[in-house]
Design a protein around this ligand. Structure first.
Ligand SMILES: [Zn+2]
Ligand SMILES: [Zn+2]
Length: 272
């Protein structure tokens, strides 16, 4: 099985598992139509995958191959055991993605595009795929830059991307974990309850819990919110600006960054 097939197989397996679990152990009642949202979020995924392939091809793994062959990046200059470098690379890449997420929330221009992700009125496994195409392309450029600076092995980038994709599906899924299990998992990784707080309409909660894989960055850097103001099933998901399903259609999501409403929100949502 080649890398892309393995990547796709893991992705589909996690996606379907979460979709089925959401049916039986859902955590939060829906306010919007699930089939409608699935159509929009998967439509965006299709568009993003196509664009990313057209513009970047092998992208981050390819960048790691180039960095390796030219000796670019910190890890290519070190001679540490492969396993140590792999684990270190995955952890550093996760920190870089956490940092990128904080910057996206703080810089109004970037926030305009990230609004699309936060405009989902419900949160489920498909929300983990809901991003504006420009944000996806910009994220890839950022990741390629980090790979050139860090110089990880192509395998480390592959492992990181597979974990990131799987964790994005898991942390956005609308599932209930037993309290004890949530607390135990949360001491190391981001759980659905932790990320749901990031999608709360409360600005202070939106601007917290930025982690994707490891929960330690939020704890270490003071951006962690343990409990939302409301109980988990009552958290209002989304943004104040977009409350009606008619406002968040596929077409509207594509042009959303051009609208002033998102800018107004971003100005009121700067971290205090
Ligand atoms: Zn966010
Ligand atoms: Zn999210």
């Amino acid at each position: 099985m080649d890398g892309n097939t393995l990547r796709f197989t893991i992705f589909i397996s996690v996606f379907l598992t979460m979709l089925i679990l959401e049916r039986f152990i859902s955590r939060h009642p829906a306010v919007d139509s699930k089939p409608r949202r699935l159509g929009i979020n998967l439509g965006l995924t299709g568009l993003n995958t196509l664009l990313a392939k057209l513009v970047f091809g092998a992208a981050a793994v390819g960048a790691a191959e180039i960095a390796g062959s030219r000796g670019w990046g910190l890890l290519n200059m070190l001679d540490w055991p492969e396993e140590v470098e792999l684990v270190l690379a995955v952890i550093i890449l996760d920190f870089a993605i956490y940092l990128q997420h904080v910057i996206i929330h703080k810089v109004p221009f970037f926030w305009r595009f990230h609004v699309v992700h936060h405009s989902d009125l419900d949160l489920d496994v498909s929300s983990g795929l809901r991003f504006h195409p420009i944000e996806i392309l910009a994220s890839m450029l950022y990741k390629i830059g980090i790979v050139y600076l860090l110089g990880p092995a192509p395998l480390a980038v592959f492992v990181f991307e597979v974990i990131l994709n799987g964790m994005a599906l898991f942390s956005h899924s609308n599932i209930t974990l037993p309290d004890k299990m949530d607390r135990l998992c949360r001491s190391l990784i981001v759980t659905p309850d932790m990320h749901r707080i990031h999608h709360s309409v409360e600005v202070r909660e939106t601007n917290s819990n930025y982690g994707f894989n490891l929960s330690i960055w939020d704890r270490m850097l003071g951006t962690y919110t343990r409990e939302a103001l409301k109980a988990q099933p009552e958290i209002v998901i989304g943004l104040e600006t977009f409350r009606r399903p008619e406002e968040v259609t596929f077409k509207n999501l594509l042009i959303m960054p051009l609208q002033n409403t998102s800018q107004e929100y971003s100005q009121s949502s700067q971290i205090k």
